[in-house]
Design a protein around this ligand. Structure first.
Ligand code: CP
Length: 301
């Protein structure tokens, strides 16, 4: 059993072993083309997804496995008839070798794992965590910066409901001499539990309220979309920090611009050809990182 529920589970060693395997997957993926032969992976998504579901499904296919899927489980599974998540997991675990689960409830993956006979991979749990996104984010930083120790990284946007940020800051805390700047509006600031977590891990966390508060030579800008779907007050309007060409002029040639995607207007399209914009490459890396993860869980290593 090898559930992937939270970034708490990873050590620096396990993360770096995954990076090495991901390099191998990128260079010589064909070598692994039968590593999941005979295995079935279920992708069960109660919330919409482009990248996570399709990259997991591409990863399974590239490793020679098979997929069973429900891409809109909220309406197209028996959840619509009132079946509980746990009953659904108890049924599906008899059909497959692993379950990739996305759900609007922040405890869904942990709850699912408590009853599942096969590994559960958290593909995004409400406003909790999105560990496999953070794995590919950390891999992207590692590839562009050659090292993660000593980096300064700004997380921007929705730090309260943005599950990718919650998972990423946990992985960054595995490294030495990290400084994290958190730029958000007050109402969507990083929750105290993560601020405390970082403090306990010795990470310097600096809350910011303006783009001008960020150092010009910062290593990474990691922007995120405002998660309006999580707001109880649907009238709440949040003024976003827009990153465009004139903003990026203030940052160094070595500052990389990341985003888990989807973006709306928080990163201007006029930056897509800027060599510092790495968000599409980041997304492409996701498939290889997920291949590595699935190989480790289902094929052994
Ligand atoms: N980054 C991410 O989780 O994207 P999707 O919602 O498209 O899977």
């Amino acid at each position: 059993m090898h559930h992937v529920l939270s970034c708490d589970q990873f050590s620096r060693t396990s993360l770096e072993q995954l990076f090495v395997l991901t390099d191998e997957m990128r260079v010589d993926g064909k070598k692994f083309s039968t590593s999941l032969a005979g295995k079935i992976v279920a992708t069960i998504f109660y919330e919409p997804s482009t990248r996570t579901r399709l990259s997991f499904e591409a990863a399974v296919s590239r490793l020679g496995g098979s997929i069973i899927s429900t891409e809109n489980a909220k309406e197209m599974s028996s959840a619509i008839k009132g079946e509980s998540l746990l009953d659904t997991i108890r049924v599906i675990d008899g059909y497959c070798d692993a379950i990739v689960l996305r759900h609007s409830d922040s405890t869904a993956a942990v709850d699912g794992a408590s009853v599942s006979l096969v590994p559960i991979i958290n593909a995004g749990s409400g406003s909790g965590e999105h560990p496999t996104q953070a794995l590919l984010d950390a891999y992207t930083i590692y590839k562009y910066k050659n090292n993660i120790d000593g980096l300064s990284i700004a997380v921007l946007g929705d730090l309260r409901f943005g599950r990718t940020v919650h998972s990423l800051v946990k992985l960054l805390s595995l490294y030495d001499d990290i400084t994290i700047y958190g730029l958000s509006r007050d109402v969507i600031a990083l929750p105290d539990e993560y601020v405390t977590y970082l403090s306990q891990k010795g990470v310097s966390y600096i809350p910011c309220r303006s783009l001008a508060d960020l150092p010009q030579d910062i290593d990474v800008l990691y922007h995120t979309r405002t998660q309006t779907e999580r707001f109880k007050n649907t009238d709440l309007k949040i003024e976003e920090f827009i990153i465009n060409q004139s903003v990026m002029k203030n940052f160094s040639a070595h500052t990389i611009l990341m985003h888990p995607l989807p973006r709306r207007n928080e990163i201007s399209f006029d930056l897509d050809d800027d060599k510092r914009s790495v968000f599409f490459q980041q997304s492409h890396f996701g498939m290889y990182v997920r291949m590595s993860l699935l190989h480790n869980i289902l094929a052994g290593s």
